[in-house]
Design a protein around this ligand. Sequence first.
Ligand code: AMP
Length: 290
Amino acid sequence: MEVITTPKEMTAWSNRQISANKTIALVPTMGCFHEGHLALMREAASRADRVVTSLFVNPLQFGPNEDFDAYPRTFNEDREGAQASGVHVLFAPERSTLYPEGFSCNLVVGDLTKNLCGGSRPGHFDGVTTVVGKLFNIVKPQVAVFGQKDFQQLAVIRKMVTEMNWDVTLIGHPIVREPDGLAMSSRNKYLNPGERMSALCLSAALEAARSSVAQGERDAEVIIEKAVECINAVKFTEIDYISVVNDLTLIEQKQVCSSSVMALAVRVGKTRLIDNGYLVAIPVRSIYET
Ligand code: AMP
């Protein structure tokens, strides 16, 4: 596996692969790899001849009071994890090579970025789409793999790719969880033992909502109330949002149906965690592949 640190060298590498008729899959990340990230890389390896994983803690997607400086950085372990997961290039650019002095472009997908995480983190998705757009141009992938854990991010990027005519197939990989149900996240490292216990309330809330739907309940307000009860029953938690939305438009739904996804963000101590899932057992369509 090669480590490449400049956009210019990265594009030169991709051009060589394209000339040799090799397909490229990209997995954008901010590092601190866990099994969720590595699963995305293995998925990418099964879908293209070459896999590029980008590792860049993107300052544009952090708000002024968020954890950019504290975000865990574990480059050596990440390099080993990527290598063992079939990655050909780890693209780890310096900030100044992606955003040189005076950089001012901003790729904004207006729709879909205002509610859920976009409501609590203004500007966050503009930072995400700007960096992902740059990565698509630098790496020139035919396939890009994202996690369904960041469900809204996947919907926003899908819209960007469609509307901007990027010729990239998007793959949404299912959420990888710890054995006890907690969705894996680089931010789980921030949790102390008590908070780690409390963090189980996110997946428990999703389960409670699903079982209510399985028993015939369809009123989203009632189902959300069940989830709220699960979260409020444990210590150290504060709900940011819990919503039931359409899986593609992210518009809130009053009645649960096969396209309904429950999305939630909860502060556990100082750490903000997210989770989501379909509410009806067998969805008509899945966001796995677009
Ligand atoms: P991050 O490094 O947190 O920006 O995540 C990089 C990619 O990994 C994103 O597409 C995330 O959605 C995905 N990802 C993070 N955690 C998980 C998880 N537990 N399961 C599946 N994908 C994940």
